[in-house]
Design a protein around this ligand. Structure first.
Ligand code: ADE
Length: 236
């Protein structure tokens, strides 16, 4: 098995992560040795007696800004723990929007270092000095980067080799094929008058595969026409 992905998370709320990262697929990934999580409390690197990590913005205005020095010191201390160079990620609504393609690319890295922001944002020198890849999990504003970090970690670690039981289960799903997923059914074959499509009960694998492909295209056309491959868009 290849070496574990190391994920360093820098946050002022490390306590949020432990239970979340120990549960479900992120926890399985860790127990299987596919990933190692390291949590770092940015507040441990505050330099004043109040342990402050934020301050008022120069030039005035509402809100508080995350100070650069605790973040720089925390990044440097985390990176010094392991010689493997870290791919630095800053979670912010100003970043590039996270896609499955970016997730696949991150799953190939050996070490991710994720900085979670709070308040009005980061002092600009965090961007300037650390040169991180900036990622947003969507066009809305969270009160902090912690849940965005969890979204990113969950999406990445489930792709690591050996994490999902069925080798194909990550390949067949929405976005990976470029289409949304076809509808799924399990037993019973009839529930409250709603029937499973006959074709799925037919045992004809070729027909089932064709039906699923058609349904995936139909669903994508109805819900996310922007994702359709060019040849399908032309069919209108
Ligand atoms: N922090 C606050 N909002 C965020 C978002 N949408 N994505 C990533 N980090 C964030």
């Amino acid at each position: 098995m290849s070496a574990a992905l190391r994920v360093d998370v820098l946050t002022i709320f490390p306590e949020i992560f432990r239970p979340a990262l120990s549960t479900s697929i992120p926890g399985i990934a860790e127990r299987k040795g596919a990933v190692v999580y390291r949590l770092h409390d940015i507040r441990d690197f505050a330099t004043d007696s109040h342990r402050s990590v934020d301050d008022r913005p120069y030039g005035g205005g509402p809100g508080m800004v995350m100070k650069p020095d605790p973040i720089f010191h925390c990044v440097e201390a985390a990176e010094a723990q392991d010689p493997e160079p870290a791919f630095r990620i800053l979670l912010t609504p100003q970043g590039e929007r996270l896609t499955q393609k970016r997730v696949e690319d991150l799953a190939l890295k050996r070490r991710l270092l994720i900085v979670c922001g709070h308040y009005e944002g980061f002092d600009e020198r965090v961007r300037e000095g650390l040169r991180p890849c900036e990622i947003s999990v969507g066009d809305y504003v969270l009160s902090g980067g912690e849940f965005a970090a969890f979204v990113l970690i969950d999406a990445v670690v489930r792709l690591l080799p050996g994490v999902l039981g069925d080798a194909d289960s990550a390949k067949d799903e929405s976005f990976t094929s470029g289409l949304l997923e076809y509808p799924h059914y399990t037993r019973p074959s009839e529930f409250r008058g709603m029937k499973v499509p006959e074709i799925l009960l037919s045992g004809d694998h070729a027909k089932v595969a064709q039906w699923r492909r058609e349904q995936a295209i139909l669903r994508t056309r109805l819900r996310r026409a922007d994702l359709l491959p060019e040849e399908e868009k032309e069919k209108g």
